[in-house]
Design a protein around this ligand. Structure first.
Ligand code: NDP
Ligand code: MG
Length: 385
């Protein structure tokens, strides 16, 4: 196993922390060379003292001195600010970036990593939702792999090992349905943040947990799958599977279907991406077919969870529409988490923003940034954040 130097962008998040557990369990295989946080200086310092990386980056520049002082007895280099993320992403002190920043903020550092020829383990799905064509094109140009960490996409990726992409008929993304599976709008209208933050199967960061409750997460994942696996919009389907044991499926042109299964534990897809193409042993709990003994499937309720319809429309329209969808969604989730708007208002906000921002068929990177900004401003103006 070739030793791999990992840069974890977003090391203080849910994915970042689980990745550090994987690295700690395999010190002969991985070292953490770069760790980054946005504002959680305390955890970043703890991680740096434990893993002794080459570099840490704290996004919030007001925390620079605190981090610098706390690490003054070590030889860890400390950087601060948004532009430092890009600068460090382009450095040669690591082999693979785990892109685990949440939201649009992850796009630029990931592009810089690709530009400098680094392999990407991609958790940050928003990167592909916003500018999937440009990101994947860059990966092809630089001949570097983009290996999914998102559990559904890791499942599809694993099903495709040894297969040819052009033999895929469709992929089927499974969805847990989130905490409000089976609920109707008259219930959802009163749902509050603390309730929406309780996910039945996964412990995740706040943003993706709300996205799971509204099914926007699955919509974003449809767009992510389209780019990762070079599929047509009509080749991506969603199936609700509340037990989250089958992580996704691929149907081939002869009708054969492959699925990837396991207990819901993000450490597995994280480890798979960090180690690819190798598999490495671990002591994670195993699925034993007795618990849960029954695996069930149902169609998503798109009348209630309209975010899935908006995302599907954006997927089919293409251009800057997924970027606008993502920006409006980030604003909507942010506002919901601060109790500024209700659960169902999130969908209205996204819909109105999609109607407002003009379509661009084939945006440049700059135009993606403009569309993102325009969508954010408009969405925010609707709620006066
Ligand atoms: P968290 O919110 O737990 O962590 C986000 C990380 O990004 C933290 O390290 C945070 O730093 C950092 N961050 C936040 N905002 C910024 C910013 N503006 N600039 C730079 N860094 C920033 O998120 P998750 O770990 O849950 O998710 C990360 C990504 O992985 C998301 O795109 C999500 O969709 C995807 N994903 C997550 C899964 C999960 O199980 N959690 C499953 C599948 C995909 P700080 O702590 O200082 O705020
Ligand atoms: Mg997922």
């Amino acid at each position: 196993f070739p030793h791999r130097r990992i840069a974890i962008f977003g090391s203080t998040g849910s994915i970042g922390c689980q990745a550090l557990e994987v690295i700690a369990a395999n010190p002969d295989k991985f070292t953490a060379e770069v760790l980054t946080a946005h504002s959680n200086d305390e955890l970043l310092i703890k991680q740096a003292l434990k893993f002794n990386p080459n570099i840490v980056v704290i996004g919030d520049t007001t925390k620079y001195q605190i981090v610098k002082e706390a690490l003054s007895q070590t030889d860890v280099k400390v950087f601060a600010g948004e532009s430092a993320l890009e600068e460090v992403a382009g450095m040669d002190c690591y082999d693979m970036m785990l892109a685990a920043i949440v939201g649009f903020a992850g796009l630029r550092p990931t592009l810089c990593a690709l530009e400098s020829g680094k392999a990407i383990a991609l958790a940050n799905k928003e990167t592909l939702v916003v500018a999937g064509d440009i990101v994947m094109q860059k990966a092809i140009e630089k001949r570097v792999p983009v290996i999914p960490v998102d559990s559904e996409h890791s499942a599809i990726f694993q099903c495709l090992v040894g297969e040819t992409r052009n033999k895929i008929e469709k992929v089927i993304l499974t969805a847990s349905g989130g905490p409000f599976l089976g609920k109707k709008p008259n219930y959802l209208v009163n749902v509050k943040r603390d309730h929406a933050l309780q996910h039945p199967n996964w412990q995740m960061g706040a943003k993706i947990t709300i996205d799971s409750a509204t099914l926007m997460n699955k919509g974003l994942e449809m767009i992510e799958a389209r780019w990762l696996f070079d599929l047509g919009p009509d080749q991506v389907q969603v199936l609700v599977h509340p037990q989250s044991i089958i992580h996704s499926l691929v149907q081939f042109e002869d009708g054969s279907i492959k699925a990837q299964m396991g207990l819901p534990d993000m450490k597995l897809p994280i480890q798979y991406a960090l180690a690819f193409p190798h598999r490495i042993p671990n002591d994670f709990p195993r699925y034993n077919f007795k618990n849960p003994a029954q695996l069930t499937f149902e169609e998503p309720d798109t009348k209630t969870f309209r975010n899935l319809v908006l995302a599907t429309e954006a997927l089919f329209k293409g251009g800057n529409q997924p970027c606008v969808l993502n920006a409006a969604n980030e604003i909507a989730v942010f506002a919901f988490l601060r109790n500024r708007i209700g659960f169902l208002d999130m969908t209205d906000l996204i819909e109105r923003t999609l109607q407002h921002v003009p379509m661009i068929e084939k945006p440049t990177l700059e135009e993606y940034f403009d569309s993102d900004g325009e969508a954010r401003n408009f969405a925010a103006s609707l709620i006066k954040l």
